[in-house]
Design a binder for this molecule. Sequence first.
Ligand SMILES: O=C(CO)COP(=O)(O)O
Length: 244
Amino acid sequence: MIQNLLALNWKMNKTPAEARAWAEELRGKLTANDTELAVMAPAVALASLAAHLPPGVALGAQDVSAHESGAYTGETSAAMLVDVGAKYAVVGHSERREYHHESDADVAAKARQAQANGLVPIVCVGEGLDVREKGEQVAYTLGQLEGSLVGVGPEVVIAYEPVWAIGTGKTATADDAEELAAAIRDALIERYGSDADGIRILYGGSVKPDNIATLCARPNVNGALVGGASLKVPDVIGMNDALK
Ligand SMILES: O=C(CO)COP(=O)(O)O
């Protein structure tokens, strides 16, 4: 049985003060279940969250540099993220791929760098609307996955996020999510053998308290990567409770 991961991607929302208020509001409200909860916060909010998150809630970054250290103005290294208490780093989110032109090779380099420093990369893949309309979502997404995992070990989380479902209110059906998650699982088994057994595959795209249970009930979907619904504590409690 793989433990579900509820990964909250705040994107570019919340100052450190707002992050602290969110963490304090969350305190005492989480009922224990088998789900791991993790917050992917803006880098400048990580220290504040590390000091104020309820025990057991993990911390993550939304990106990480592909480089160890040095003259890379504006970047944040994996070692810095580990030092501030992060366990995870999202890599290859579709917004990074689109707005920052990150290629699969860039994403793989970031994932390798994360792993080399003990961070668990959450590698994002998923097709756009044009690909979905042509029915080519499986081949496209598996191609992205292959390129994004070059040299990357099995200590990884995969997030399937169809771009057409992100922030649009259009959720993939549980069948859509499972179709891709199962294909991703097969590709991971081919790549890692039995080491793939424990790899969590998340679904992301307009996940909310009222649809998360259905999406994550499928055998190959082991949690969710949530944007909009991660910002308000009652929604987070609702999603966490729904995964019981
Ligand atoms: O991009 C996402 C999480 O990484 C999904 O965002 P929404 O949940 O807002 O659709």
